[in-house]
Write a protein that binds this ligand. Structure first.
Ligand SMILES: *[C@@H]1O[C@H](CO)[C@@H](O)[C@H](O)[C@H]1NC(C)=O
Ligand SMILES: *[C@@H]1O[C@H](CO)[C@@H](O)[C@H](O)[C@H]1NC(C)=O
Ligand SMILES: *[C@@H]1O[C@H](CO)[C@@H](O)[C@H](O)[C@H]1NC(C)=O
Ligand SMILES: *[C@@H]1O[C@H](CO)[C@@H](O)[C@H](O)[C@H]1NC(C)=O
Ligand SMILES: *[C@@H]1O[C@H](CO)[C@@H](O)[C@H](O)[C@H]1NC(C)=O
Ligand SMILES: *[C@@H]1O[C@H](CO)[C@@H](O)[C@H](O)[C@H]1NC(C)=O
Ligand SMILES: *[C@@H]1O[C@H](CO)[C@@H](O)[C@H](O)[C@H]1NC(C)=O
Ligand SMILES: *[C@@H]1O[C@H](CO)[C@@H](O)[C@H](O)[C@H]1NC(C)=O
Length: 747
């Protein structure tokens, strides 16, 4: 597991060729994998197979039958139409001009975005569940694979056979002997041969996929911990649910062609929710594998939940922005790790870090960088900060070393020190498990420690194993990606937040806990951070809602989670741009009162409104007669019945107005009257017409109009955020976030 959250940052990867060389060798190496996306499956059965159609298209543009044959890597065709082929740029261009082709794009590599959490989210172990329905729920994950049945989180004791709707497969591979009744499916996709074909396996050699799948749907495991730290019960959102693992990530990254192949399979396999803790550069919906795959999933009633990315705290960094996916930011839970330090004179300090190693002795000799300086080194740098080549190994070996600032631990550890105390006033919100004891104290406390070392004849001290304390919660992780986004300027992303800092969940025995050189420790559980860890919390919550409301559309489940979320404390950088509607509250989402539903046709009229042309839209829908000019549903500034309301303004705009149309569906079994309650800051006026909605029966729909107007009162203000809540009684208040964002953020 990489140290800094983002694992496979792989750009400019050299593709491994499968070995069949044909024609001109230069041509062959210039060919790159492209995805040729052709939209929906043809409605009628055809006399020729899709694969033949793909071949004909290819021969047509390549000219040479044999090269065409060898250049095709894979045909999609179970859930949507398209194929992958190795193409030269001009061939890609020619293909994109074909009438039957929606888009042609180069297959790129994406990155993985890396327990008390369910209690903290208001879902205690004894929360009301529908076990019978829940055990029919299948969560599909696109990830690094799975660690097989010997992990306690995936024990299938008491599980019946897979639900009847399951049509997927469990494919064996190297070191991977098969599935069980908990993890019912596992397949590996590697169309670009990142590993030798005889070594493809659904086995998780990274840990990420095992971690995310146990967070979404792992069973309860008591006394789970990372070497005694964070001990508690580890469990998933739907412990009775089933897991289907689609391995699309390898050491080199996660390829678009494999991501699409996994969606193509998962949609027909019968999964209920698709969880994607991956991200990459944001691009048009027509050449974004996750947007394409999730769109076809949504058509078939499957909600895709995606990680927002780990590129915060900067704005404009959110990934996975399509309106039909649920995009998840990462927040903290109410637990934090502290690592105590004690000196020989009895002084104690509460430092921070994630240290799993207990001291073997009561005290160890203590020194500082200045005292351990290598005196025969002439141009020595800052020894007090334990910089490279400033210290004398014989003076640190077997000791705990105090170093000013951060980073000294790597140097002193290599020289044989047994621990490091460092200083850091910037309180890191994210900890990483380390393979040697260390603790960060404040600069002020560091002075006290330094003084003690300077003034004692034989200074000594100890670093204890980390312990867990309560934390004021929740706050958004600094690494969590923020909005806004350029693809659809009226869709606020991320949508929602869930815990993603220091998450304890199952891990693979095929990777060490830090993956640092020299670390040999294997653990059944590990603590990791990332929007990757937040995403499966929401996938689990969505699965939980679906177990109560099996007929709800993906948009209805998403709306229920968004409008019942707990609002986050405002953070100075980004506010709603970082947390969306707030933190998930799964139990409240079972009874949202009203939902903002969106069907496939509305997504399509939205795509029209976003400027995609008839040809593309006709192919995506599989309806040749689709004509964007005749679509009248996309009313208002955004043209979509989204559960939040967002508008982006240019830099110098001071006055603004915008109109939004919304329709809510009453999903409770009783009559109800809802009143609109708006909250708005100075400068923003929100008008709702009508402001009372009466419902006589379940599933009744009512429409209303929201008009925003106002002005930015000063130059510095760059956003105005408010909300609209529909109130019926104390139980149901359906909140939509409203955010007017002005691009005045100077970097
Ligand atoms: C399979 O397991 C063995 C033993 O743990 C290991 O040496 C080998 O690298 C593994 N192979 C793969 C492809 O993971
Ligand atoms: C896969 O094939 C390569 C080369 O033929 C061989 O070196 C390797 O051991 C094989 N791996 C397995 C797991 O069989
Ligand atoms: C101290 O620095 C000198 C000069 O660079 C180097 O030769 C020597 O190995 C260093 N001594 C230790 C103990 O690191
Ligand atoms: C050495 O590094 C520390 C920590 O970064 C810093 O506070 C201190 O001023 C530096 N000392 C010198 C002499 O540069
Ligand atoms: C400890 O001594 C070193 C020099 O040996 C000095 O740089 C440092 O400032 C001293 N620390 C304190 C807190 O006095
Ligand atoms: C539709 O848009 C695509 C690119 O998005 C373009 O290549 C194509 O020519 C357009 N078709 C028409 C009929 O405008
Ligand atoms: C789409 O509808 C518009 C207006 O009704 C019409 O002018 C246009 O020809 C239609 N386009 C197609 C491709 O049918
Ligand atoms: C905003 O106003 C400033 C100063 O009036 C001007 O230089 C700048 O070009 C304007 N920016 C935009 C995006 O209009």
């Amino acid at each position: 597991m990489s140290r800094f959250l983002v694992l496979f940052t792989l750009l400019n990867v050299v593709f491994l060729h499968s070995g069949i060389l044909l024609g001109n060798a230069d041509d062959e190496s210039a060919r790159k994998p492209y995805i040729v996306y052709m939209g929906a499956l043809p409605e009628e059965r055809m006399s020729v197979s899709l694969s033949d159609i793909h071949h004909t298209l290819l021969s047509d543009v390549i000219g040479d039958e044999a090269i065409a044959k060898n250049s095709k890597i894979h045909s999609y065709g179970r859930s949507f139409n398209g194929f992958v082929a190795r193409l030269l740029p001009h061939e890609a261009e020619l293909l994109s001009e074909k009438e039957s082709v929606v888009s042609v794009f180069q297959s790129r590599r994406r990155q993985l975005l890396t327990t008390r959490t369910w209690d903290f989210l208001g879902m205690p172990e004894n929360v009301r569940r529908r076990h019978d329905c829940e055990s029919d729920i299948i969560v599909g994950l696109l990830d690094t694979g799975w660690n097989m049945a010997d992990s306690p989180s995936f024990n299938d004791k008491g599980y019946g056979p897979p639900p009847a709707k399951w049509k997927g497969k469990c494919v064996k591979g190297v070191n991977f002997t098969g599935c069980n009744n908990k993890v019912i499916g596992a397949r590996a996709f590697d169309l670009t041969n990142m590993v030798p074909p005889n070594e493809t396996t659904p086995l998780d050699t990274d840990g990420h996929g095992t971690h995310t799948s146990s967070t979404a749907a792992g069973i309860s495991v008591r006394r789970a911990s990372l070497f005694g730290v964070a001990e508690g019960t580890a469990r998933g959102g739907v412990p009775s649910g089933r897991i289907a693992m689609y391995k699309v990530c390898w050491d080199e990254g996660c390829d678009d062609s494999d991501i699409l192949a996994a969606f193509d399979a998962a949609i027909v396999d019968g999964v209920d929710i698709i969880s994607v803790s991956l991200g990459g550069d944001v691009s048009s919906y027509l050449d974004d594998s996750i947007a394409i795959g999730s769109f076809h999933g949504s058509e078939k009633g499957i909600l895709t939940v995606c990680a927002a990315g780990n590129e915060g705290p900067y704005l404009w960094t959110v990934h996975n922005v399509a309106p039909w996916v649920l995009t998840v930011a990462a927040s903290s839970i109410d637990r934090k790790f502290v690592t105590d330090v004690k000196l020989g004179n009895g002084q104690k300090f509460i430092g921070t870090s994630l240290n799993t190693i207990s001291p073997k002795k009561r005290f160890y000799p203590l020194t500082n960088g200045a005292l351990a300086r290598n005196t025969s080194h002439f141009e020595a740098g800052n020894a007090s900060a334990c910089k490279y080549e400033t210290l004398d190994a014989s003076k640190v070996k077997g000791k705990i070393v105090f170093c000013q600032g951060v980073g000294g631990n790597i140097i002193v550890h290599a020289l044989g020190a047994i621990g490091t105390i460092m200083t850091d006033d910037y309180t890191e919100d994210t900890m990483f498990v380390e393979n040697n004891p260390l603790s960060y104290v404040s600069v002020q406390e560091g002075l006290k420690i330094d003084k003690y070392i300077n003034s004692s004849r034989s200074p000594h001290g100890v670093i204890y194993k980390s312990r867990t304390i309560k934390n004021a919660a929740p706050f958004i992780a600094s690494f969590s990606s923020r909005g806004s986004q350029e693809i659809s300027s009226h869709v606020l992303k991320p949508d929602i937040t869930a815990p993603g800092i220091d998450i304890l969940a199952a891990y693979t025995k095929f990777a060490t806990v830090t993956e640092h050189r020299g670390d040999t420790r294997i653990s059944k559980f590990n603590i990791i951070s990332g929007t990757s860890m937040a995403c499966p919390h929401v996938s689990g919550a969505a699965a939980y809602v679906k177990s109560f409301h099996p007929n709800w559309s993906p948009a209805a489940i998403k709306s229920a989670l968004m409008t019942t979320a707990t609002q986050m404390r405002a953070t100075p950088l980004g506010a709603a741009l970082s947390s969306g509607s707030g933190q998930i509250h799964p139990r409240a989402a079972l009874h949202p009162g009203l939902i903002y539903d969106i069907d496939t046709e509305e997504y399509i009229s939205f795509i029209c409104k976003e400027g995609y042309n008839n040809t593309a839209v006709a192919l995506i829908t599989g309806n040749k007669k689709y004509n964007c000019s005749n679509v009248c549903r996309a009313k208002g500034d955004d043209g979509i019945n989204y559960p939040s309301i967002h508008t982006q303004l240019d830099k110098n705009v001071t006055e603004f107005s915008a109109v939004f149309y919304r329709t809510v569906t009453h999903v409770e079994d009783c009559k109800a009257v809802y009143k609109a309650k708006v909250r708005s800051p100075k400068g923003l006026s929100i008008k709702v017409i009508p402001d009372i909605l009466r419902f006589d029966e379940s599933n009744e729909k009512k429409s209303f109009k929201v008009s925003l107007s106002g002005r930015f009162l000063d130059k510095k203000t760059w956003y105005l955020s408010g909300s609209l809540e529909w109130w019926s009684d104390s139980k149901h208040n359906v909140r939509s976030l409203i955010l007017v964002y002005r691009d005045t953020y100077d970097d």
